[in-house]
Design a protein around this ligand. Structure first.
Ligand code: ATP
Length: 230
């Protein structure tokens, strides 16, 4: 069985006019099912760029990345969205909810994009919103939800689509300590129970203990890798 994500010598150089910025520099990593990995590092160290490559939003300039055994670095631009749809869900700091849609409708829209519609979609949306503690807020618009509740809608949306890989960029960035911890515990529990592969890019040291493995990035490289003591 192939691993969710394997990278070898992964690099990304941005070329802005005559200036080149090496954002990711030769990263070799493996990510497994059922593990939750924290990606730490100072601002500008390459976390978002690496996450974008892992999520098939960006292509590397060198090296390889395979998603469940499919080499995506050599795929054409038009082939990547299909891999993304099948395997990957994102959770962002800004929640990325549609303001005119209710909590339930936001989840339903994500399901529709994955081809899940009708009663099956309704049931699934309500189930996952219930799992994140929002069963009583299904018909609320984002503006009527707190920051923590909005992020929980985003978590429910990512989990409902049932992708095996969940990538989160600063998911607790807008939340206070208690809400941040709650959201991470929900991600951890659902990810562990459902054997998801979860990678979280973050500055938030307060949530470090939820991770099975912590990676620290500096200048595009992984400089430290720590496993949780069990
Ligand atoms: N589109 C782009 N064009 C040119 N350079 C870029 C681009 N995106 C990012 N960079 C540069 O690449 C480097 C890594 O940026 P990246 O956003 O991946 O870092 P980060 O660790 O996620 O930072 P932060 O924690 O501040 O979000 C930075 O030096 C940044 O200026």
């Amino acid at each position: 069985m192939s691993l969710p994500i394997v990278t070898k010598g992964l690099s990304k150089v941005y070329a802005e006019g005559s200036v080149e910025v090496t954002a990711v520099a030769g990263v070799d990593l493996e990510f497994r099912e059922g593990e939750i990995v924290g990606l730490f590092g100072p601002s500008g160290s390459g976390k978002t760029t690496l996450l974008s490559i892992l999520g098939c939003i960006l292509r590397p300039t060198a090296g390889s990345i395979s998603i469940y055994g499919q080499e995506t670095s050599t795929m054409g631009e038009h082939e990547l969205p299909a891999v993304r749809r099948q395997y990957i869900s994102f959770i962002f700091q800004g929640f990325n909810l549609f303001p005119a849609l209710t909590a339930r409708e936001n989840v339903l829209l994500a399901l529709k994009l994955k081809g899940i519609i009708g009663e099956a979609a309704d049931e699934r949306a309500d189930f996952f919103l219930g799992e994140v503690g929002l069963g009583h807020r299904l018909d609320f618009l984002p503006r009527d939800l707190s920051g923590g509740q909005k992020q929980r809608v985003a978590v429910a949306r990512a989990l409902a689509s049932d992708a095996p890989i969940i990538l989160a960029d600063e998911p607790t960035g807008n939340l206070d300590q208690e809400n941040g911890r709650n959201v991470m515990e929900i991600i951890r529990k659902l990810a562990t129970d459902r054997r998801k592969c979860v990678v979280v890019a973050t500055h938030d040291n307060r949530i470090e203990e939820v991770f099975d493995r912590t990676l620290i990035m500096e200048d595009g490289r992984i400089v430290t890798q720590r496993f949780k003591e069990s």
